[in-house]
Design a protein around this ligand. Structure first.
Ligand code: CA
Length: 502
């Protein structure tokens, strides 16, 4: 019997609301949409920690950050925890990874379980990027998104017939600093990209810790991001809204131009599969490691539990099982991906990847109802040691109708970081009445019962995933991977530069 192939395309920071299959108001992505038209659009896929490296580690291992050790971008993966790629290689699959890895490139942190790999160091560059493989570091001329796709296609060309394969195509784009390919620079250039409805929302019912995050377009998006200085007449607090609108057009123009290159290259991969006669038996996924604020609430970046950041786009085509043009509303997290890929490849997850905390959503892909499917997603953000963004530590739960978030007030405990500590705070949103999450109803007596139920569910899910609720500074911390002091020193330098120029 022919085995299923996996082609897993993941971009970096591509929010669902910048994909036309999800009803984007700002751009058009015909090739990414094709995956949904010929497969399924997943409408409730959530990350468990909205930041690059942690999401990647959760996807590879099927575990939460407190299990795999990647709590933030400067803790390395615990290599005792196996990945779905390790398992597939053991099952005789040919395996490859091209593009962004961001889990360390050297020693035990180097990509593992791949026959072939070539990755960017750290975040990687857009133009003429350096890439690392087992022979060392090389500069590869060209534009990153094209390069990664070329490598993927070349690798598939060398496979012999009937060899099952698992191919990870991990784009750097559209991550900061949003450098587009020359050939897309004419797009979205007229300054008319619609602003989101929540663009000027002041967030006054949100917790104080969130009101203080350094992710505002107005004040935290700098000259490096905009590739130009803010004009004199737009500076100062009195020009805040005009400045936001000016910056938003540049930010989104560059971001969407980067996405257009991804879309072109997704089309090339789909065409390649078709030419090779592999469409029917290949499960192809397009997703992103998390969402992104596209001016929502006046922000850019991610980290927080609001839907623009929490939701991962996910489009899956697998004609052998998935009905074309379908939609799936089941609540899924990135911890479920590994189990699903293994299941699709005919591997028994419980015996092959016993450390997995996820569950295969293969029946949901087929459009089946699963009676005991989880009705909530559990989330925890650990990178409160990041001195750039000032995003507070928090955890919470999202159901189909509500979201409960607890900013538990943990301080920062890394050398040189700010030691700002917040009072613990809670937020509750009614997603049916208030889908944009503008009104925190945590103290509204009408929601007292809902709050009690969600607090119980939060405790239930923390127990299910063996996570420890925060009970003050003495709460035992999970065992993290090695701490990358070099990366953290770079971050401190970045903060010092901002402080020196602002
Ligand atoms: Ca990311």
């Amino acid at each position: 019997m022919t085995k299923t192939n996996i082609v897993f395309i993941m971009s970096d920071d591509h929010a669902a609301h910048a994909i036309s299959a999800y009803g984007s108001r700002v751009n058009h992505t015909p090739h990414i949409d094709r995956i949904a038209q010929e497969g399924v659009r997943m409408d409730a896929v959530f990350c468990t920690n909205s930041i690059c490296s942690p999401s990647r580690a959760s996807i590879l291992t099927g575990t939460y950050s407190h299990i795999n050790g990647v709590s933030s971008i400067w803790t390395e993966m615990d290599y005792r925890v196996p990945t779905f790629v390790d398992v597939l290689k053991g099952e005789g699959y040919r395996t490859a990874l091209f593009g962004k890895w961001h889990l360390g490139e050297h020693g035990v942190s180097a990509p593992r379980g791949f026959d072939t790999w070539k990755v960017f160091p750290g975040q990687g560059d857009y133009i003429d990027p350096k890439m690392i493989d087992e022979t060392g570091e090389h500069v590869v001329p060209g534009y990153a998104t094209d390069i990664v796709t070329d490598m993927a296609i070349d690798w598939m060309d060398e496979l012999s017939d009937d060899e099952p394969f698992c191919l990870l195509v991990h784009h750097k784009a559209p991550h900061r600093p949003w450098v587009p390919d020359e050939k897309h620079k004419h797009l979205y250039a007229d300054g008319n990209i619609p602003e989101p409805e929540t663009f000027f929302d002041e967030g006054l019912t949100r917790s104080k810790a969130v009101q203080g995050v350094h992710m505002t377009i107005a004040d935290d998006m700098g000259a490096d991001d905009l590739k130009s200085e803010v004009p004199e007449h737009l500076r100062g607090p009195e020009n805040r809204h005009a400045r936001m609108s000016w910056k938003y057009q540049i930010y989104m123009r560059d971001y969407l131009q980067c996405i257009q290159s991804i879309d072109d290259n997704v089309g090339r991969l789909l065409d390649t599969l078709e030419e090779k006669g592999l469409t029917e038996n290949t499960l192809i996924v397009y997703t992103s490691d998390q969402g992104f604020f596209l001016g929502d609430y006046g922000w850019f970046d991610k980290r927080l539990m609001y839907d623009p950041s929490l939701q991962m786009p996910m489009l899956v085509r697998w004609p052998a099982e998935i009905p074309a043009g379908s939609q799936c509303e089941g609540i899924i997290t990135n911890v479920d991906f590994a189990a699903t890929f293994l299941d699709a490849c005919g591997v028994d997850v419980a015996s092959a990847l016993p450390t997995s905390q996820g569950r295969s959503f293969r029946p949901l892909l087929r459009g089946e109802e699963v009676e005991d499917w989880p009705d909530a997603a559990y989330y925890r953000y650990w990178e409160h040691d990041d001195p750039i963004h000032h995003a507070p530590a928090h955890y919470g739960i999202r159901t189909k109708t509500h979201k409960l978030i607890h900013y538990y007030g943990a301080g920062l405990d890394v050398p040189g970081a700010s030691d700002e500590v917040f009072d613990p705070e809670w937020e509750l949103y009614d997603l049916t009445a208030d889908p944009s999450e503008l009104t925190n109803v945590i103290d509204d007596p009408a929601y007292a019962e809902v709050r009690r139920e969600l607090e119980a569910k939060l405790a239930e899910y923390q127990a299910r995933y063996a996570d420890e609720p925060y009970r003050g500074p003495e709460t035992p911390r999970p065992e993290w991977g090695p701490y990358d002091a070099e990366v953290f020193a770079m971050v401190q330098q970045y903060v010092a530069n901002i402080n020196a120029t602002s």
